[in-house]
Write a protein that binds this ligand. Structure first.
Ligand code: KG4
Ligand code: ZN
Length: 362
């Protein structure tokens, strides 16, 4: 019998989160989880401001961790390891979470586990559903938009990625152009409800090309032109949001279909997992559901609170690594990484993603 209890800490973007999770013979129990969102701090700027994020994490990280420990009913000594997001992300925030985790590890003598934030998302369906390896993951958030084949713990192949904006970023940009507020995705989805998705003909970039890469920057430019061309009334705005959302749903589902086509799946069939904040979008989920069904696969979407940034997924990644004995050596001297591709191999060899001094983009 294996049983590990791990404290997870997440601070890579605009949520300060801590969770305590137990992994016992492959079964996951979340004992506590706290998420403190910074949306109010960033809303006046229409996007996440890195310096404000770092300061806000520094203000509350210790309190959020203390609250998670208190809610779990456990003492710190009952915890077997401390996992913290150590990249990729906004570096000020990542450093706050990682240093908090290292300090607790040092004080308690428990192991510290540096976790790749993308690995947390990749494993997030395993928090609740019965989701054995392998599966195909579509990670769609404000910072990421990529297809990953998840073959096992630490065994990831990135099949395609956006070459410019992430899908969530595209939603946020349209919301900003229309003055709908931040975060943009939910606002665009609400506005789209009364709209006609066929009204505006918007581009579906890269869809005529082979491979699984995506592009969303041209979509934002096309929408900006429509907005600049004349004052839009409420119905026009609804139609534009619906058309824009449909274009993103088409791009993601067409790519998902192609990805599923080339994916062999496991003994028990094919699973397509969608994670990241954009997975909250109903039109996108429906489009993915349809394409999964058409390809003989099941769509798994973690509950919303585990689609967006959270610490339970970081604790799970730490717990799985602790059980497997694959905690990186030198964990206590691990440096936070603003860029940290899950699949370093494909990032390093594909010229589209760029290398440079700072390393390949995540
Ligand atoms: O995963 P997440 O919470 O944070 C990271 O970016 O890592 O994702 C946030 C992104 C934002 O861009 C937000 O606009 C988008 O997810 N989002 C949505 C919806 N809810 C959140 N996009 C479309 N429709 C939604 N309902
Ligand atoms: Zn994330």
């Amino acid at each position: 019998m294996t049983r590990v209890t791990v404290l997870g800490i997440e601070t890579s973007c605009d949520e300060t989160a801590a969770a305590i999770l137990r992994l016992e013979d492959g079964k996951t129990t979340i004992l506590s989880e706290i998420v403190r969102s910074q949306i109010e701090e960033h809303a006046p700027y229409g996007g996440v401001v890195p310096e404000i994020a770092a300061r806000a994490h520094a203000d509350v990280a210790d309190k959020v961790v203390a609250a998670a420990i208190r809610d779990s009913g456990l003492s710190l000594q009952a915890i077997d390891g401390i996992a913290a997001t150590s990249g990729p992300g906004l570096i000020g925030g990542v450093m706050v979470g990682m240093m908090t985790g290292k300090a607790i590890a040092l004080a308690t003598g428990k192991p510290f586990i540096p976790v790749n934030h993308l690995e947390g998302h990749a494993l997030s369906p395993r928090l609740a559903s019965d989701c054995p390896f392998p599966y195909l993951l579509l990670l769609v958030s404000g910072g990421h938009c990529q297809f990953i084949e998840v073959k096992g713990l630490g065994d990831y192949t990135r099949l395609g990625t956006t070459i410019d904006d992430a899908a969530g970023e595209a939603f946020d940009k349209l919301a900003k152009l229309l003055g709908l507020g931040f975060p943009g995705g939910p606002a665009v989805e609400r506005t789209a409800m009364g709209g006609n998705p066929g009204r505006y003909k918007l581009p579906r970039p890269l869809l005529d090309r082979a491979g699984l890469d995506m592009s969303f920057a041209g979509l934002k430019t096309a929408a900006a032109r429509i907005i600049e061309a004349g004052s839009l009334d409420e119905q026009d705005k609804a139609d534009l949001c619906a058309s824009y959302q449909a274009a993103i749903a088409d791009c993601l589902s067409a790519r998902a279909g192609r990805a599923l086509d080339g994916f062999r799946g496991g003994k028990d069939g094919k699973r397509l997992v969608v994670a990241g904040g954009v997975a909250a979008n109903t039109a996108i989920r429906q489009a993915l559901e349809a394409v999964a069904e058409a390809n003989g696969a099941v769509l798994i979407a973690p509950p919303l609170k585990h689609c967006t940034d959270n610490a339970a997924m970081i604790a799970l990644a730490g717990a799985e690594r602790l059980v497997e004995g694959s905690v990186p050596s030198e964990a206590m001297t691990f440096s936070s990484r603003p860029r940290w591709p899950l699949d370093e191999q494909s990032a390093a060899t594909n010229p589209v993603y760029g290398g440079g001094k700072r390393g390949a983009k995540a």
